[in-house]
Structures are given as C-alpha cells and as structure tokens.
Design a protein around this ligand. Structure first.
Ligand SMILES: Cc1cc2nc3c(=O)[nH]c(=O)nc-3n(C[C@H](O)[C@H](O)[C@H](O)COP(=O)(O)OP(=O)(O)OC[C@H]3O[C@@H](n4cnc5c(N)ncnc54)[C@H](O)[C@@H]3O)c2cc1C
Length: 398
C-alpha cells in the first residue's frame, strides 16, 4: 500500500535519523513487533520496560509509514463526539475512552517532554457555522458531566481574545503536539540502548505460522523470526487480514507553512479543530510554522490522491484564512496520506481469533497516537497474563 505522498514535512526536516540493519539471519525473541512506526515504538517501549525481549521489523525505514505524514496533534477528543459515543457504546465505555485519551497525553508528556517538539497546548474545538452550535453545546455538556477540563468560549471571547471569527468553541485544557517521527526514533533508540530490543528495517514479513511454542514469521529476505507472540503495529496495511467493514480507508491532506516571524497573535498556540465531517485542523510547530490538515476524501488511488495535493493545499489555505483572516502565511510543503476510520471512532486493540498468538495495536482514527499509547499498555498487560479492564472497550468483537 502507498501510505503517503513524497516529502511529508518530518522526513524533510529530520532526514534519516537512524538506520537499522535488515535482518539477514534467523533469530528468536519473546515478542515480535511488526511495524516500526509510532505504534511499534510505543509497543517496544512498554514491553522492554516490562522486561520482555523484543524484535521490531519494518519493511520500510523506521517511521516512514503513516507516522511521517502525521501532523502530530495529541488530543483526547476522538472523531466521534462524546455525546454520540455514549449512545453507541454506553456511557461508561464512552467516558472511559475519553479519559484514556487524557491519560495517554499525560504518559506521552512523561516520555517526550522537552524533546521531539513536544509541547502541551490547550485545544479549541470550533463551531464551523452557527448551525453547529447546538450540537457543540450538547458535546460541552457531556464533557462537563464526564469531568473533563473544558470551558465554553463565546463568539465575543473568540473574536476578542483569539482573533477567530466563529460562533463558539469548546476549550480543552489537556492536549499536546509533537513530531511523531522524531518521537518514534527516540523511543526505539531508548529501547535499543537499554538492551532487550533489536530493530531491523527494510525487512518485510510475508506470513505467520503457529509453532509448538509460539509463532514463526517468514520474511521477504528468506529468514524467519521465532517468537512467543506477534504484535501487529502494521497501521493501515493491516486491513487485508481484517474482517471487511472494520476500517474504512480514505485520503487526507496536510501542509506546513514557512516559519512565521512571530506567533503572538495565536493565543496559547492552541490546537485548532473544527466540527463537521470535512473538518479542518491546525497547530503550530516548534520552529514557528503552521501545520494545517483536513480536506479528506474517498480517493484511494495513490496517483489520483497525489495529483490532488496542490488543489487540496490551496483549499486548506483558504479555509485556514477563514479562521485567521489576517494571518500572513506562505505554504512550504504539502502532502497526502492514507487515513482509516472505524464505525464508532475507537481503535481496535486486542486479540483477534484467526491469529491465536497475535496482539493487535490498530490506532485507527484521527487520534491514532493517543490510541497507540493506550494499546501499548493494554497489550503488554494481556501478554503478561494480567487482566486489563480497558481491553473491553477496544476489543474486536464489540
Ligand atoms: C496526514 C495525516 C495526518 C495525521 N494526523 C494525526 C494527528 O494529528 N494525530 C494523530 O494522533 N494521528 C494522526 N494521523 C494518524 C497517525 O498518523 C497514525 O495513527 C499513526 O501514525 C499510525 O502509526 P502506526 O505506527 O500505527 O502506523 P505506521 O506509521 O504506518 O507504521 C506501520 C509500519 O508497519 C510497517 N509494516 C506494515 N506491514 C508490514 C509487514 N508485513 N512487514 C513489515 N513491516 C510492515 C510499515 O512499513 C509501517 O512503517 C494522521 C495521519 C495522516 C496520514
């Protein structure tokens, strides 16, 4: 699968941070993690910290899948508003899923504070139009009832304090931003230098066979890895082995501007997020650029998707200017990537019947990175034979 167009910003900015060797000889390990993006890195970090010996394999260079295309907004609010999730999944699971997003941001803050462009930011969920206000108000009420740290921002406050001409917004105190590509490398660096983790890139896994003591994964290089269990951190490329209808793939678009002289006009450098299906979102970066994303569509053909990038970027700029009409910004890099959404907006995390020794960390949805953080904890517990009550929320049979 072609996960993204060329030149997403983080690979341009950072280059190849570290290369790992391909796997040339058969090896054995406790846990095989297939996929060296942010999910695989968080998984490795958890397992290594629990004393489990790991091998990470990726068919690409580390972090060069969707992770390099991600805009790195870290939010607890998922694609499905809390008040809707309460209807489909029940109040307890819905509230807990949102609370787990908050906990994931706290954990990421411990892992990444001061590095990887990580910064805590408030976030603003903006009403896209006056018609969107009643629904936004319902969402605000649900979040208040769930004990989340939110404030209602009126049109007057938005215009006066934020310079944003919108009807209303929900301000969340807990959110953050990071460079996910750099964070991936940092986590794997830590795991490798601590010992108990070996990483091989440019080594694709072709298939899995059950053995008496675990599984055997055959690679495209003709050698295999024996492991007690396999952790699938394979992102959107997992789709072919999943039941139909579990995840719907689409394309999404993003751009980053040239650095701007100052960002004083962007109050709190909040993450911005708009209501609605064809949403717009935006954030600032540690080198004073502005990232803008959205304009999703159903195209899955990579050539058509990539051909649309200039037009989509133009549209993203126009829409950004409706949020900050006086901003003087110039686009620098633009790209597209595959994106996957689930019906209820929640990730799939856990065991999946056809793979008895498989653990799946599939952080589908706009908040893939916070989901992956939760997945790493749940799956490590399950692997170690411990109960994890949150596993119920994300299980496959739901
Ligand atoms: C434009 C864009 C913006 C986004 N913005 C955000 C955002 O702001 N916040 C957020 O939380 N999420 C965002 N996302 C989603 C986010 O990027 C993903 O949730 C996250 O990067 C997924 O990480 P991953 O490690 O699961 O997948 P990937 O980074 O794709 O890693 C999976 C890896 O598995 C490897 N692999 C797959 N199959 C095999 C195999 N058989 N053998 C060996 N290796 C294999 C691939 O090569 C790949 O490197 C965005 C996505 C896009 C495209």
């Amino acid at each position: 699968m072609d996960l993204r167009s060329d030149l997403p910003f983080w690979t341009v900015k950072n280059g190849l941070l570290r290369t790992y060797p391909p796997l040339k000889n058969g090896i054995g390990t406790g846990a095989l993690i297939v996929g060296g993006g942010i999910t695989g890195a968080l998984m490795a970090h958890r397992l290594v910290s629990a004393g489990v010996d790991c091998v990470v394999l990726d068919r690409r260079d580390i972090g060069h899948g969707s992770t390099s295309a991600s805009t790195g907004l870290l939010q607890y609010e998922i694609d499905t508003p809390l008040h809707e999730l309460e209807q489909t999944r029940g109040r307890d699971h819905a509230r807990r899923a949102y609370q787990l997003g908050v906990e994931a941001i706290e954990e990421l803050s411990d892992l990444a504070a001061g590095t990887c462009g990580f910064a805590r930011r408030p976030s603003l969920l903006l009403a896209r139009s006056p018609r969107a206000v009643p629904k936004l108000r319902r969402e605000f009420d649900s979040r208040c009832a769930a004990g989340l740290a939110v404030e209602w921002v009126t049109r007057n406050e938005l215009t006066r304090h934020y310079g944003i001409p919108r009807e209303a917004a929900i301000r969340s105190a807990v959110a953050a931003e990071c460079d996910p590509y750099r964070l991936t490398h940092q986590l794997l660096d830590f795991c490798v230098s601590r010992g108990g983790c070996r990483v091989f890139d440019r080594t694709g896994v072709l298939g899995y066979e059950l053995s008496r003591t675990g599984i055997r994964a055959a690679t495209a290089r003709g050698v295999s890895v024996r492991a007690r269990a396999v952790f699938f951190a394979t992102g959107y490329e997992t789709k072919p082995i999943l039941p139909g209808g579990l995840v719907k793939l689409s394309s999404t678009y993003a751009l980053v501007t040239e650095p701007v002289p100052d960002l004083d006009w962007w109050r709190g450098r909040s993450l911005l997020w708009e209501t609605g299906k064809a949403y717009l979102y935006s954030r600032t970066t540690s080198d004073r650029r502005i990232l803008v994303g959205g304009e999703d569509d159903d195209t899955l053909d990579p050539a058509r998707r990539d051909a649309r990038v200039p037009r989509k970027a133009k549209r993203l700029m126009e829409r950004f200017r409706t949020v900050f009409p006086r901003a003087r910004i110039e686009p620098a890099f633009e790209w597209a990537g595959t994106f996957g959404a689930t019906r209820d907006g929640l990730a799939y995390i856990g065991k999946y019947e056809p793979f008895p020794r498989g653990y799946f960390a599939l952080g589908f949805g706009g908040n893939g990175i916070t989901f992956s953080t939760t997945a790493a904890r749940i799956l490590t517990n399950l692997f170690l034979g411990k109960k994890d009550p949150d596993a119920e929320i994300y299980r496959f049979a739901r």
